[in-house]
Design a protein around this ligand. Structure first.
Ligand SMILES: C[S@@+](CC[C@H](N)C(=O)[O-])C[C@H]1O[C@@H](n2cnc3c(N)ncnc32)[C@H](O)[C@@H]1O
Length: 251
């Protein structure tokens, strides 16, 4: 069947990359639309639309079969609905996007888990979440928030530059490290934390697995050649604040 997907205007390249990861196929985009012949049932395609964060509409033979408009998928887990909140917490839609960019199916680690937004979203998708944070209070926030949504997460108090002291053989990493504004850098410099974290993530991630992370656009980050850079996308937050979403594959 020929399916037509209309993508979110927030960033078409990123929306296409998310859909490619969910479908496991390369796609060709024309403006805001991807048209593709898929040997999948309507039910399977609707499940993919429901999982995606950036598909807006889906058509089969000109008939609309799915729309994100009046979408209630994320409302129940919006920051205000969580027992513990923090100014730096991620909205569920962005948390879902990061997870989808990793292609995670069974398990996922967030080594900067904060209030647990990524862990909760992973749990909702049936992915087993593990989380860690350098701040004990944030680990506790993650514990309370994940429990509130009946998500079972493995949680640790840990520096993300020392992941191999606890974790091994990890299948996917999605995270939103600190920018040094509303969340703590725990005494480290931004330019020191990110490369050390990547080196640590490389030790625990399985070969061929992905890491998706947000980073400040002003940070110069050298990607060592033991990673394959799959994509880097601009993500506009609000007035003057843009972040980058980086997707890497462990070589
Ligand atoms: C931007 S916040 C993450 C917010 C989280 N995604 C949420 O939705 O609540 C960054 C987190 O990184 C933690 N952090 C800072 N330095 C760290 C380090 N070296 N290792 C692990 N966690 C760290 C902070 O305590 C903070 O909780």
């Amino acid at each position: 069947m020929i399916y037509i997907f209309k993508l979110s205007g927030e960033n078409y390249k990123l929306a296409k990359f998310e859909l490619e990861t969910l479908l496991g196929r390369k796609l060709r985009r024309s403006k805001d639309t991807v048209s593709i012949d898929l040997a999948l049932s309507l039910k399977q395609v609707i499940a993919i639309c429901n999982r995606s964060s950036m598909v807006q509409k889906c058509y089969v033979d000109g008939l609309k079969v799915w729309a994100a408009k009046s979408d209630k998928r994320f409302v129940a887990r919006s920051p205000k609905k969580k027992p513990k909140t923090h100014p730096a917490m991620l909205k569920p839609k962005l948390a879902r996007l990061l997870i989808n960019l990793t292609g995670a199916k069974k398990e996922l680690l967030d080594p900067f888990c904060g209030t647990g937004s990524i862990l909760i979203e992973a749990g909702v998708l049936g992915i087993k979440p593990s989380g860690s944070d350098i701040d004990r209070k944030m680990v506790w926030y993650s514990e309370l928030n994940t429990k509130h949504f009946n998500v079972k997460a493995t949680l640790r108090h840990l520096d993300a530059t020392e992941l191999d002291t606890v974790f091994k053989n990890v299948g996917a990493i999605a995270c939103d490290p600190p920018y040094g504004r509303s969340s703590t850098l725990a005494g480290k410099k931004l330019a020191e934390l990110y490369p050390k974290f990547l080196a640590s993530a490389h030790k625990v991630l399985r070969k061929g697995s992905r890491l998706a992370m947000i980073r400040p656009h002003y940070l110069k980050l050298r990607i060592t050649n033991d990673w394959k850079k799959l994509g880097e996308f601009e993500w506009y937050v609000h007035g003057g604040l843009t972040r980058k979403i980086l997707v890497l594959e462990r070589c």
